[in-house]
Unconditional design. Structure first.
Length: 196
């Protein structure tokens, strides 16, 4: 009976230490983090686009956390600097990602700020990046015989264009692209901005 109490006590101490190390200490270190100068809150369109990003599972193949130059070649790939805690100030939930089947999107707005390119890439990725494994999202677009006033027509390379029809972006596609273009973390950060 006495050994059972020792085992239970040891398990409780281990759990308390793990919780303190992995939850309490980081929370205390990051509780007063502020957004860096230059980081702006999301607009309504970007928030809607963020929901489209989540709903379509983009986070499963794309991360939003380039690693530091000492750990990986992410900076040489053009993915930007390593993030600091404040970069995610307005992100609820955080969309860091767990896998990189596709490129990191932390700075896609700086690397690829073209609305037309992003819309075309969503409609048919292989038209813009040969060999891409990204799925196409044609359900975010409408095929019409003729564009109506106010429609955003998507021009894709002729070999991918539907015959006799135009591709029109839905509001969801426009919002998603607005969110992606808003992912631009090229503003300067203060040295030692991660922790004080």
């Amino acid at each position: 009976m006495e050994s059972e109490y020792k085992l239970l006590s040891g398990a409780m101490v281990t759990l308390a230490l793990a919780t303190a190390t992995l939850v309490v200490v980081p929370y205390m270190q990051l509780s007063d983090v502020q957004p860096p100068e230059g980081l702006k809150p999301y607009t309504e369109a970007q928030l809607r686009g963020r929901q489209v990003y989540i709903a379509n599972g983009c986070v499963y193949c794309h991360s939003q956390q380039p690693r530091s130059q000492s750990q990986a070649p992410d900076f040489q790939r053009g993915w930007g600097r390593a993030p600091v805690a404040g970069d995610y100030y307005y992100d609820h939930p955080h969309l860091l990602g767990t896998m990189r089947t596709g490129p990191d999107l932390f700075n896609i707005g700086a690397r690829q700020p073209s609305v037309d390119w992003n819309l075309g890439h969503l409609y048919e990725p292989r038209a813009y990046v040969p060999g891409s494994t990204m799925p196409a999202f044609p359900f975010l677009f409408k095929l019409k015989d003729k564009a109506d006033p106010g429609d955003k027509v998507v021009n894709v390379p002729p070999s991918y264009a539907p015959s006799g029809q135009v591709i029109v972006a839905s509001q969801e596609a426009l919002d998603l692209v607005e969110y992606l273009i808003g992912l631009d973390h090229t503003y300067p950060i203060k040295p030692n901005a991660v922790l004080r």
